[in-house]
Design a protein around this ligand. Structure first.
Ligand code: S3P
Length: 442
């Protein structure tokens, strides 16, 4: 165990009750800072997620010449430098644990005539970067990177960016966004053709800032996004809605902890992010969407979740992009369901903050749940209860850590995690917020 690791134990205590607001959406928070930095004038952001991942992005855009100020809790101002206007940074840009921050900023820097060093923590240094560098090199950027395509790497942005047509080899909003951000500096149209639609926050925010963006449906699950390059971006106020991927943890905790009744305020209901709600609904979960409304260009709702019986289901691979970050917590819900849950097409989970496919299976196994990995599928045999009593290795992965703690709230014996520190990357107040709802963490 790391000498500074912070172990934590979750135990069954009683129902979870009350009302809470989870922090701002991580995806939108990164994009708000980056687009603000590429816009001339002042972008006002409220509800920004002040998690470590996003703070690393704030630092990076500052190192590239934008002015970024915190004015109050979640209240931030960005004075940008305009499309293509980043200045060469002095030191390396450190993205910590954040694949999103790093990959989006690779795209943003690729469209500027500067060179920058990109780096991150041990988890980020293990993650694949070739997939994003390949299209950026076609746009005209040059990279100096280790043979296996990992950080640290040096990127020299394009002097004369070329618009490209890009078909991502894997469904990835990070890849799509990197190409669109680089394409901002190119003359003519940059096109991304996705075989499976992924979260659309970048294209929506670009359009909101005045870029010409066309989105067309292709086939049953695909989308084609066309961006007209060299736009004049105009700053717009951004209200960041509550993150559905963070809400997933108290939500599932309420479903599996007997007697619970919890309301989560203002959760973003973007249809490319709500795959977990669809799946939990199929499992028989009682989740009400109250006060559905529009906030800052996104539909949001207050979610009321009450404990009740769940049943095992088959989750199709086509749903994976709309719930890609939710599989660890879904697997916990599946353990407490009656019957088998099959989650299909999870190859991308192997290259998240950790190998999440293995990490999720290990989490359940350590706590007495029957689980199997079959190719890219995860199969969980639910028995309506879990033994618990396990020690879970979190591998620098915030979502494995939170999923394991939620499991401990409902299992027969306490669940211990080796290190709670990485929860701060996306949900710094997870522990106090859950305690407020009645969770026993020690
Ligand atoms: C994100 C995209 C997803 C997701 C990540 C955030 C984003 O990654 O896992 O947490 O903000 O674009 P991929 O696009 O690589 O699947």
């Amino acid at each position: 165990m790391h000498p500074e690791a912070a172990p934590l134990i979750a135990r069954r205590h009683g129902p979870l009750k009350g009302r809470a607001r989870v922090p701002g959406d991580k995806s939108i928070s990164h994009r708000a800072l980056i687009l603000g930095a590429l816009t001339v004038g002042e972008t006002r952001i409220s509800g920004l997620l002040e998690g470590e991942d996003v703070l690393h992005t704030a630092k990076a855009v500052r190192a590239l010449g934008a002015t970024v100020e915190k004015r109050g809790e979640g209240e931030w101002r960005v004075h940008g430098v305009g499309v293509g206007g980043f200045a060469e940074p002095e030191g390396a840009l450190d993205f910590g644990n954040s694949g999103t921050g790093c990959r989006l900023m690779l795209g943003a820097v690729a469209g500027c005539p500067i060179a920058a060093m990109f780096d991150g923590d041990a988890s980020l240094r293990r993650r694949p970067m070739r997939r994003v560098l390949e299209p950026l090199e076609r746009i005209g950027a040059r990279t100096l990177v280790a043979a296996d395509g990992r950080l640290p790497l040096m990127l020299a942005g394009a002097r004369e960016p070329i618009p490209v047509v890009f078909e991502p080899p894997v469904p990835s909003a990070q890849l799509k966004s990197a190409v669109l951000l680089a394409g901002l500096s190119a003359p003519g149209e940059t096109v991304v053709v996705e075989a499976e639609a992924t979260r659309d926050h970048t294209e929506k925010m670009l359009a909101y800032f005045g870029a010409r963006v066309r989105v067309e449906q292709t086939g049953e699950h695909g989308r084609c996004i066309t961006l007209a390059g060299q736009p004049e971006l105009t700053p717009q106020p951004i209200m960041v809605p509550a993150d559905p991927s963070s809400a997933a943890f108290p939500l599932v905790a309420a479903l599996i902890t007997s007697g619970s009744d919890v309301i989560l305020d203002g959760v973003m209901m973007n249809p490319l992010r709500t795959g977990l709600l669809t799946t939990l609904g199929e499992m028989g979960a009682v989740i009400e969407r109250l006060a559905t409304r529009s906030e800052g260009g996104e539909e949001v709702a207050d979610l009321r979740a009450r404990a009740g019986a769940l049943r095992g289901v088959d989750v199709p691979a086509s749903r994976a992009p709309a719930m890609i970050d939710e599989y660890p917590i879904l697997a916990v819900a599946a353990a407490f369901a009656e019957g088998t849950t099959v989650m299909r097409g999870l190859k991308e989970l192997r290259v998240k903050e950790s190998d999440r496919l293995t990490g999720t299976a290990d989490l359940l196994r350590a706590n007495g749940v029957a689980v199997e990995i079959d190719g890219d599928d995860l199969i969980v045999v639910g028995r309506g209860r879990a033994e618990g009593g396990g020690l879970v290795a979190t591998h620098m992965d915030h979502r494995i850590a939170m999923a394991a703690l939620v499991m401990g709230l409902a299992s027969e014996r306490p669940v211990k995690i080796d290190d709670a520190r990485f929860i701060a990357t996306s949900f710094p107040d997870f522990v106090p917020m859950m305690r407020e709802l009645g969770a026993d963490f020690a």
